[in-house]
Design a binder for this molecule. Structure first.
Ligand SMILES: Cc1cc2nc3c(=O)[nH]c(=O)nc-3n(C[C@H](O)[C@H](O)[C@H](O)COP(=O)(O)OP(=O)(O)OC[C@H]3O[C@@H](n4cnc5c(N)ncnc54)[C@H](O)[C@@H]3O)c2cc1C
Length: 477
């Protein structure tokens, strides 16, 4: 494809896809098909210089830009109408230095590829479960998964980030942020959220030796909800930090409750550790086995999401187990779920000796260190006619649970949260704004919920983009 050129300006380089190109449709789509945006151009960058050129081009042309890696943003933040998408997915090298326990992971890697490349050297990184999620967005927002309680969030293992940032009035340059240089940008890249400061090109992570792990899955009938959920909520954060676990309650129409988890240890120990769970209600299926770590990543990989391609999800943190009233709320909402694909999911994060909780809430931009669990309330559907009902349900559900939970994870963003700076960043929002002013004073990297440069009121944060490219039904209140 011929590079696009303005008379005297910077040329776009890399694989460039314009509307009309046969691959444009596939190139513009987000994982969440609720969003269908039409960018002016998509650049698949192969080298750092392609990224620099794309940022310069966008600035010279006055075109809005978005940064994209794995396309898994819940609210379509990596796409834009009429702007340029700077996609780094072709930059996917992984270099492992097993001796020094570090790996350099380029930002275009999906998680499955990271796990595989690290596994080849028998090391790993605590990260998420879905194979296609991009390591780029996941790390910048935090990164939770089934090694979190032992080894922390993905961002806790981030030692260095190479990033293309805006420079001067129209330029762009590469900087490296680590403990010694640009340590404020490293701090902000550990939980401050994707798309805010620049384009991450490569991460240097601390990695851990790994061989086998033990995994479990226990299934109950839905009627056991009020027995099982309270037990899981007390047990999951109190058990050894070598065990991280999840629980998912399906819609009543589906009628199942499932808990899964991973132990750095043997199957016999795991069987013993899950005994309190097995005594709750009447488990109908129990699986416990020891597997090579790479098999465990495949076990936890979610595969059924493609069935219902549109979704609305909201997140929240639990700082203590839900009271009986909160559990009843979950039962009531899932009894009246808009369809079979509505669920409540939760994962243990904190508690006894957890590596997540050991870090101070201000030591990185990720503030939710004292939470015991994280929740996702989700609804999935196929046809546009179902959208309003599903979004309404998530919104009402979040409101109903709000007396018992707090905040939200920036990687589970929700455009309906009005005071999102507080929900995502808590005490760290002020410092994040300072970092933003220092590295992106012209607000080149912006979207509906990006960290603002100025001192807008919280209601004006999302105005510029919401009108154009964040279309979704809005409800009163
Ligand atoms: C099916 C599914 C499963 C998930 N499972 C987990 C999980 O187990 N654990 C967990 O913690 N989270 C999980 N998430 C949430 C996930 O962490 C976020 O959606 C994350 O933002 C995705 O990153 P991405 O690169 O795939 O997405 P993108 O949509 O490409 O990007 C997300 C955000 O990051 C920005 N961004 C992307 N690339 C870059 C870059 N190179 N430099 C700077 N900014 C960039 C984008 O502009 C956007 O704002 C899951 C999401 C989905 C849809």
């Amino acid at each position: 494809m011929t590079p696009h050129r303005k008379k005297t300006g910077t040329r776009l380089t890399g694989r460039i896809v314009f509307p009309g190109n046969p691959s444009y449709h596939a190139a513009r789509m987000e994982f969440n098909r609720r969003f269908s945006k039409f960018p002016k151009v998509i650049v698949f960058c192969r080298r750092t210089q392609d990224v620099i050129n794309a940022v310069k081009w966008a600035r010279e042309q006055g075109v809005r830009l978005r940064v994209r890696s794995g396309r898994h943003s819940y609210e379509g933040f990596s796409a834009v109408n009429g702007g340029i998408i700077i996609d780094v997915s072709a930059m996917n090298k992984v270099k492992v230095d097993r001796k020094n326990r570090v790996a350099i992971v380029q930002a275009g890697n999906p998680l499955a590829r990271v796990y595989k490349k690290l596994w080849n050297k028998r090391v790993t990184l605590p990260a998420g479960t879905a194979p296609d999620v991009g390591v780029a967005g996941l790390t910048l927002g935090g990164g939770i998964g089934l090694l979190s309680r032992k080894y922390g969030l993905t961002c806790d293992n981030l030692k260095q980030v190479k990033m293309v940032v805006a420079s001067g009035r129209y330029g762009a340059k590469t900087i490296v942020a680590n403990r010694r240089k640009h340590s404020d940008l490293l701090w902000a890249s550990r939980g401050g959220g994707g798309g805010n400061f620049g384009v991450a090109i490569a991460y240097t992570f601390r990695v851990r030796p790994i061989s086998t792990v033990s995994i479990y899955r226990v299934t109950w009938k839905w009627g056991d909800l009020e027995k099982v959920l309270p037990v899981w909520q007390r047990w999951a954060p109190s058990v050894t930090n070598r065990l991280t676990s999840t629980i998912e309650v399906a819609a009543k129409k589906v009628g199942t409750i499932e808990s899964t988890g991973q132990l750095l240890g043997g199957a016999e120990e795991l069987r013993r550790l899950i005994r309190p769970l097995l005594r709750a209600g009447t488990p109908v299926k129990v699986l416990v086995k020891t597997v090579p770590f790479i098999k465990a990543t495949q076990f936890f990989a979610e595969t059924d999401l493609n069935l219902e391609p549109k979704f609305k999800i909201s997140g929240a943190y639990g700082f203590q187990p839900l009271p009986r009233e909160g559990v009843r709320m979950i039962r009531d909402f899932l009894s009246k779920a808009p369809n079979r694909h509505s669920t409540v999911w939760s994962q243990s994060l904190g508690g006894a000796g957890s590596a997540v909780s050991r870090v101070s809430p201000t030591a990185t931009a990720y503030p939710h260190r004292k939470a015991e669990t994280i929740y996702e309330l989700s609804a999935r559907w196929r046809n546009n006619g179902e959208q309003r009902r599903n979004i309404q349900w998530v919104k009402r559900f979040r409101r109903a649970l709000s007396p018992f939970v707090k905040g939200d994870y920036v990687n589970f963003p929700d455009l309906l949260i009005k005071n999102w700076p507080k929900a995502y960043y808590g005490v760290n929002f002020g410092r994040l704004k300072q970092v933003k002013r220092k590295y992106d004073p012209h607000n080149v990297f912006r979207f509906a919920q990006s960290i603002p440069v100025g001192k807008q009121s919280r209601h004006s944060y999302s105005q510029p983009d919401r009108r154009k490219d964040c279309r979704q039904p809005r409800f009163g209140g």
